[in-house]
Structure formats: C-alpha cells, structure tokens
Design a protein around this ligand. Structure first.
Ligand SMILES: C[S@@+](CC[C@H](N)C(=O)[O-])C[C@H]1O[C@@H](n2cnc3c(N)ncnc32)[C@H](O)[C@@H]1O
Length: 224
C-alpha cells in the first residue's frame, strides 16, 4: 500500500513514521508512506498556501489550488486510477473514524490523505476532490497531521505482512463486532500483592478462552 500525506509539515510525518511497525513495514516494502509538501505546489513567488476567509472571520484558510495540483501530480506521476485510490480530507466535521472504516481502507492500493491547518481547507477540496471526509473524534486539533498518522497506523496494521504476528489481530478490540479485547497480564504473577488471575496460569486452554470471552464482554458493557 502507498499512503501519500499532503501537509504543510512533512517533517512531522517523516519523523513519526520512522519507528516501530511503520518503520519495519516500509523497510520490507509492504508499505510506502510519502509526505508531500503542499507548499511545493504553489505557483506564486511567495509560495502562499493560505489566505483569509471570504466573508471575514478569524484565521486563514488553505487555498484549493496547491492541493488540487498536488493530488493531480500524484495521480499522474504514479499512474494511479480513481478506482484504486481513496482521497481523504482530514476534518473535524467529517465522519468519525472506526475499525470498520480502517478495514475497508486497508483494501485500497493507494491512499491520499490531506491534512488541513489553520481554520481549515477551502470547501471545494471536500466537495470536488476528496472522496471522503474523516474525523478522528469530536474535538479540534491544530492540524490534520496527527489525524493522518492515526489513520495510517490503524489502516497499515490491517495490511497483509505489516504485522510480524497477524494472529494478534483476531482478538484485538473492534475486530469482532464492537467487542473490546480481554484484559492482558504478564509476569510477575504477584506484583506488590496485585495478582494476575489464576486461570491464566492454569494451562487449561478451554477455561482461559471462556474467561477471556467473559471478560471481553464485561469490558465492552462497561464502555456502553
Ligand atoms: C484547527 S483545525 C480547523 C477546525 C475548523 N475550523 C472547524 O471548526 O472544524 C485545522 C485542521 O486540523 C485538522 N483537524 C482538526 N481536528 C480534527 C479532527 N478531530 N479529525 C480530523 N482532522 C482534524 C483538519 O485537517 C483541519 O483542517
């Protein structure tokens, strides 16, 4: 999978994706994460990416032109067709991201994620360029870089061969309906009087499985 991330701050993306699972997936060439600087697609001498909003109001709005040009450049230079690509605008007002959306996006060969900044992005990007508008939750961040990274991480771990041990996906939270994962414990069995459940040390796989199912349901019920 290729993930292009359009941003005014490509360093944030490059840094954050150079560790752990995302780093190893890129080394194995199962995943390519390509930060694209929106500023590189400006046409004027001052490389202006944002202007005050029409109608007045606070802050600056990202101009449509450099974003349209950046996406057109990616599609053309990488020979990407609209069918094997999703163009996502990160936006606080978008559809709230969940595991089901991550599973569906993990089937795509190419993702183009557009990170806004300041007061946001000219609406023509949402209406005429993006195929989806996605939010990572009902709160406002300063920029779309962290939301883009959240999507990239959640989607990438569902792409075949990204995780070293894909069996861990089976029991993970939200993989099975809305169930969250059962509680996990490791050594020591007794930490300052706080004990790991005996059943997990029993070696009885059937009982362990039943305990995990019960605990998973309990944890899910508490959240609802
Ligand atoms: C300061 S925010 C703009 C907020 C906008 N004025 C509003 O009220 O919805 C700047 C950028 O951060 C990103 N952003 C902020 N919160 C987000 C969220 N919850 N989910 C996804 N992206 C978000 C978007 O790309 C947005 O264009």
């Amino acid at each position: 999978m290729r993930v292009f991330i359009l941003t005014l701050f490509p360093q944030i993306i490059a840094q954050a994706t150079s560790f752990s699972i995302l780093k190893r997936a890129q080394e194995k060439s199962v995943l390519e994460i390509i930060p694209i600087n929106i500023r590189d697609f400006t046409k004027d001498r001052h490389k202006i990416t944002d202007l005050p909003p029409y109608g007045g109001g606070a802050g600056m709005v990202l101009k449509p032109e450099p974003i349209f040009l950046a996406v057109e450049h990616i599609l053309k230079s990488c020979k990407i067709t609209k069918e094997n690509c999703e163009i996502i605008l990160l936006s606080a007002g978008g559809k709230v991201f969940n595991q089901e959306m991550a599973q569906s996006l993990a089937l795509k060969k190419n993702l183009i994620l557009i990170a806004g900044h300041y007061e946001g992005v000219d609406e023509r990007v949402a209406q005429n360029l993006a195929t989806q508008e996605i939010s990572i939750g009902n709160y406002v961040l300063s920029g779309g870089e962290y939301p883009a990274l959240v999507l990239t991480d959640a989607i990438a771990r569902l792409v075949p061969n990204v995780l070293e041990n894909e069996s861990s996906l089976k029991s993970e939270s939200f993989q099975n309906k809305n169930l969250v994962e059962y509680p996990q414990y490791t050594r020591p069995q007794d930490y300052k009087g706080l004990k790991a459940p005996k059943v997990l040390l029993s070696g009885n796989h059937k009982e362990i499985e039943q305990w995990r199912k019960r605990e998973s349901e309990k944890k899910t019920a508490v959240r609802e």
